[in-house]
Ligand binder design. Sequence first.
Ligand code: HEM
Ligand SMILES: *[C@@H]1O[C@H](CO)[C@@H](O)[C@H](O)[C@H]1NC(C)=O
Ligand SMILES: *[C@@H]1O[C@H](CO)[C@@H](O)[C@H](O)[C@H]1NC(C)=O
Ligand SMILES: *[C@@H]1O[C@H](CO)[C@@H](O)[C@H](O)[C@H]1NC(C)=O
Length: 430
Amino acid sequence: MAQNTLFLALIAAPAALAYPWVARMPGVDSSMLGARSQASQFGARDSPQCPNNPNHVPAPLVTDQYPYNGAKNGKPGNGKGGYLVPAPGDTVHYFQAPGPLDIRGPCPGINTAANHGFLARDGITTYNELVDMQQNVYNVGYDLANILAVAGVGLDGDLVGTTKLSIGCDATSRTSLTGGLLADELGLNGHNHFEADTSLTRNDYFLAPEPGNNFKYNNTLFTMMMQTCNGNCNLQTLGEYRYQRYLQSRADNGNFFFGPGSLLLYGAATFLYELFPSAESTGSGDEATMMSFFGANKDANGNYYQNSGERIPPNWRARTDPYDGLKVGAQIIAMYLERPVLFGGNVGPGNFDALNFSSYITNGTLNQQTPSYALCLIYQTITSGFPAEVGNIVNLPVALETAIANILDPMFANFGCPRNHNSGGSVSGD
Ligand code: HEM
Ligand SMILES: *[C@@H]1O[C@H](CO)[C@@H](O)[C@H](O)[C@H]1NC(C)=O
Ligand SMILES: *[C@@H]1O[C@H](CO)[C@@H](O)[C@H](O)[C@H]1NC(C)=O
Ligand SMILES: *[C@@H]1O[C@H](CO)[C@@H](O)[C@H](O)[C@H]1NC(C)=O
C-alpha cells in the first residue's frame, strides 16, 4: 500500500484519518468525521465505571510546622529538598490506601501523592494542588511542575474553568462547570492526550485484555522492567527497556501510535532515577524503591504482585536540587539517543508509517537531537493540541490552546523556543 498518499492526505487535509485509532477513541464521534467538530458538542459523560467519592476533601496546604518546600497556592516554593517526606508527625500526609470510591490512574508519581494526601485523596485534583505537590513531595522545579500541570489539566481536565482534573477515569461531571465544555475532560486515562502507548508498566489502550485498561499496574510489565533494570533503573537500563516496549507495541498493536508527545514518556521514565530515589542516592533506582512507588510487593518465590497502593518508601527524602525543565530536557534526549526510534504509528498490525511533524520531525526522525530541541518540540506539541497531526477531530479549541500557550510561553521562551503562532489547531498551518 502506498503510504505516501495517505500521509499527504493527512498533512494536507487534517480531518483525514490516517491512523485507525482516531476513529475508535472515546470523545470522537465518528458521525462527525470529515467535518470540523467541536468538543463541546460531545457533551459531558463520565465513564460508567468511574468511582465517585461523595466526600471530596481538597488537599490541605502545607503548614509552618511541616513546610516541605513551602509551595502553596500554585506559587514557587524555596527549591530546597533533602527533607523527609512525609515529615515525622505530619499525620495528614501519612499513607492511606485508596478506597473503592477513589480514582487512581496511569501515573505512579500522582497516585503516590494522592495516597499521601498531597493531592485530594479521592483523585479529583486541581492545577494548584499539582504544582504544589510536585515541589513539596519531589522537589520538581517550578517550570517543570507547571509544564506537567498544564499538559495534564489542559489536555485531560478543565484548565480554563474549574482547573480540576481527574487523575484517572472520566469524571467530567465533577471536573467541569455545568454547561458547555471547551474540550473533553477524559481524565489522565484519556488515550493519546497525555497517556500513550509503550508505557513502562501500563497496557497499550488497544492491547488491553480488559477494554479501556490503559492505566492500571500490569505485573507482567513491571516484572519485565525490573528484569531489564537488574537492580538499577537508570538512563541506560530504562533506555533499553523503553526500546523493548517500543518494539513490542510496534509489532503487536495495529493501532500503535508514537507521536511527538511520546517524548513526555521518556521524561516520565527519567523520574525513576531522578525523582524516586531518596535524596542521598540520586542517580539510581533500586528495586525496593521502584516497588514502593509502583505499588508492588514480592512473594517468597521472588514473584512480584500488586499491593494496596503506591507509597513513599520509609525514611525517604526529596531530591536536593530542583529537577527543572533544562535538566529533564537533557535526560529526555539522552535516553532517546540510547536507542533512537522512529516516530509514527501503525495502520494495521506490523504496518508502520513514519511521521512528519511541523519542522521538527521528518520521516519519523528528529531533525535535531539537542535538549532545547526536545523541549521546544514538547512545547509545540502541547500548544497545538497533541496529537494534532492526526486531524482536527482530537484537536483543542483555540480558546484552550491560547490559555495553554499563555502559561507556557514565558517558560519556553527561557529555553529559546520560538512561540507557537499556530493557533488554528492544525499542524498543516492555517
Ligand atoms: C502534573 C504532573 C503530572 C501529570 C499530569 C502526570 C501524568 C502522567 C500520565 C498521563 C502518565 C501516563 C503516560 C503513559 O502513558 O505512560 C504518566 C506516567 C508516569 N508518571 Fe506522571 N505525571 C505528572 C507528574 C509526575 C511526577 C512528579 C512523577 C514522579 C515523581 C511522575 C511519574 C510518572 C512515571 C514513572 C510514569 C510512567 C508510568 C508507566 O509508564 O508505567 N509523574 N504521568
Ligand atoms: C515528509 O517530509 C519529507 C521532507 O519534506 C518529504 O520528502 C516526505 O515526502 C514527507 N512524507 C510524507 C508522507 O508526507
Ligand atoms: C499485561 O501485559 C502483558 C504483556 O503485554 C499482557 O499479555 C497481559 O494481557 C497484560 N495483563 C493484564 C491483566 O492487563
Ligand atoms: C523522506 O522520505 C521520502 C520518501 O521515502 C524521501 O523521498 C525523502 O528524501 C525523505 N526525506 C528525508 C529528509 O529523509
